[in-house]
Write a protein that binds this ligand. Structure first.
Ligand code: THU
Length: 132
């Protein structure tokens, strides 16, 4: 399993290559899969603002491209020293490939600031099995 220090390094690398000229808020995400893979991505903004994509989305796309399917843990690093929690949409995107006990680490360049499970970040998620 990829260690947290490596995931932080991958997320910082991705953040440093993010494309965020409109918000000035580059974000990097790196994830480890249950089978030992590691993937990362940064946000990519667009002049047509709603078309911008999040760092978590890029990391998940890289994972799927690499054949990965099950996220064990995920690191998010924002531009500053404080935590950068995933947006609501990304919580749902992560859930598509992760169990509620998967760990999400909110980090800066140097350390883990806070660790939460996906279930804590997204209680009562949308699920097509519900409401039938
Ligand atoms: N952003 C992410 O990359 N991940 C999140 O979970 C929250 C927001 C990006 C989107 C946008 O490019 C910038 O941060 C400011 O919202």
């Amino acid at each position: 399993m990829t260690d947290i220090t490596t995931l932080i390094m991958l997320a910082v690398e991705a953040r440093n290559k993010a494309y965020a000229p409109y918000s000035g808020h580059p974000v990097g995400a790196a994830l480890a899969t249950l089978d030992g893979g590691a993937f990362s991505g940064g946000n990519v903004e667009n002049a047509a603002f709603p078309l911008g994509t999040c760092a978590e989305q890029a990391a998940i796309a890289a994972m799927v491209r690499g054949g990965g399917r099950e996220i064990a843990e995920l690191v998010v690093v924002g531009p500053g020293d404080g935590p950068c929690p995933p947006c609501g949409g990304c919580r749902q995107r992560i859930l598509e490939f992760a169990a509620p006990d998967a760990r999400v680490h909110l980090c800066n360049e140097r350390a883990v600031l806070k660790t939460m499970t996906l279930g804590e970040l997204l209680p009562e998620p949308f699920n097509t099995d519900d409401g039938d």
